[in-house]
Design a protein around this ligand. Structure first.
Ligand code: MG
Length: 456
């Protein structure tokens, strides 16, 4: 991927020292301080990437120049920074992280006082101030102050313990393997699992940013964890991404059922105890629909992007939500994806049912999900959607959702084609209990896209 600074609703991302320089970061600090107004309090934390301290310093300098008071939370997970932002009554938050992206990347994410990401309107406003100013800089004596707060982990772990049954989990004394990949989740994962009475085999447990594998918690990066689960006879394996908002789960045999299972398992646990609505995005597996249907609960589908899921979750009083890539959202902790909540809920599910993780996985209907992407600009993507809709309109029972690209639901599967927000590509995702059906749905939409989109 070319090194281009990406400024989107989710924040800023680029290669540290390449497109993402301290000067870019300092200007974003000035822009955020300007947007919040003089004297604002801003919490800031970071993941463990080597470029983190310099970028934190640069954003902080920009904020202080506008008269903002900065509370430094040091290394902490995204959910811990979000929760602390809310708890201390800050006017905004900043997370220095590139999440699951490779080590050379970094990013800046901006938070509302609630701990959730900025609205699309505020993200646009921030970008405009960053690009064109003017910055509302404070006079010499009015520069903001800086303080430190080292309680983000403990605050977060306490909030997670509050929503789970510590006694029921502890009584089982689970042996748990966890791979924090030297990311921001190291300390809080150890703290949480210790408090839950687990016997912890902690891989890559030093929060020093020396990633032992690429940070995305997907199958290709879970080899070390799967092996540790097998070798040590653990009941379950957990893997966190670099900012610890995403979680992958490995069963007691050392097998990875797939990243979509994190949300499905957590939802199955939540909905057997409490009834209410669930929010997730359009490309999350149908497993969530099966789990919700069994519990008699409703699923609300949103455009992709965590901010869209959180907005729908809050607007509809959902009790739970998340995204298929391992992002579990428990609004009683903080309406942000949270790997610790995922761990606690899966352990409690195992404790209460006395079933092995592979048995809990087997209770959920299995699907095959196929993902592909083709080069395609945003204008062509609109034409692809229209052509695909026309092609599928004659199929009996086809249901269309155009909230984000086009999703077509058929009796035996679904397919979604949507333009990426950050690259000129069209993502095509299909899912069915049958791999043949999933493949043919994706192939059919890809064929339509290739015939419509001139750049192919
Ligand atoms: Mg992440």
């Amino acid at each position: 991927m070319a090194d281009e600074l990406i400024v989107s609703v989710s924040g800023v991302r680029g290669i540290a020292g390449g497109s993402l320089t301290p000067e870019v970061a300092r200007r974003f600090g000035c822009a955020f301080g300007t947007m919040l107004g003089g004297g604002a309090t801003v919490a800031i934390g970071r993941d463990t990437r080597k470029s983190g301290p310099a970028l934190r310093e640069a954003v902080t300098a920009g904020l202080l120049d506008t008269g903002a008071n900065v509370v430094d939370l040091a290394v902490a997970s995204t959910p811990a920074i979000a929760l602390t932002t809310r708890q201390i009554g800050a006017d905004g938050g900043v997370v220095i992280t590139a999440s699951h992206n490779p080590a050379e990347y970094n990013g800046i994410k901006f938070l509302q006082p609630t701990g959730t990401g900025l609205t699309a309107a505020d993200a646009d406003r921030l970008k405009a101030i960053w690009q064109s100013g003017p910055f509302a800089l404070a006079g010499g004596g009015e520069r903001g102050s800086e303080s430190q707060l080292a309680t983000a982990h403990t605050t977060h772990v306490a909030a997670v313990l509050d929503v789970c049954d510590v006694g029921a989990i502890s009584a089982r004394g689970f042996k748990v393997a966890v791979d924090s990949n030297s990311g921001a989740g190291c300390e809080s994962a150890a703290m949480l699992l210790g408090r839950l009475g687990c016997n912890v085999i902690h891989l890559n447990s030093r929060p020093d940013g020396n990633f032992s594998h690429p940070p995305e918690p997907v199958e290709a990066n879970l080899g070390e964890l799967c092996e540790a689960v097998r070798a040590q006879g653990a009941a379950v394996g957990f893997a966190q991404d670099a900012d610890a908002d995403r979680l992958a789960i490995v069963d007691e045999k050392g097998d990875f059922p797939g990243e979509e299972y994190t949300l499905a398992l957590a939802a199955a646990f939540v909905l057997r105890k409490r009834k209410g609505k669930v929010a997730t995005n359009l490309v999350t597996s149908r497993m969530i629909d099966d789990v919700a249907e069994e519990a008699g609960c409703e699923v609300i589908r949103t455009p992709t992007g965590e901010a869209n899921v959180v907005e729908a979750l809050c607007a509809n009083d959902c009790i739970f939500g998340g995204e298929g890539g391992g992002g579990v959202i428990e609004p009683r902790v903080v309406p942000v994806r949270d790997s610790l909540v995922g761990m606690a809920y899966v352990l409690q599910y195992m404790a209460e049912t006395h079933q092995a993780l592979s048995e809990l996985v087997a209770r959920i209907p299995r699907y095959v999900m196929i993902k592909t992407k083709i080069p395609c600009g945003p204008d062509a993507a609109v034409k692809v959607s229209a052509a695909a809709r026309k092609a599928f309109e004659t199929r009996g029972g086809a249901v269309f959702n155009e909230a984000d690209g086009l999703r077509i639901d058929l009796g035996d599967g679904w397919v979604c084609a949507r333009a990426s927000n950050t690259e000129p590509i069209l993502r095509i995702i299909g899912e069915s209990p049958s791999s043949r059906v999933a493949e043919s749905l994706v192939d059919e939409v890809r064929g339509i896209a290739e015939s419509v989109s001139p750049e192919n």
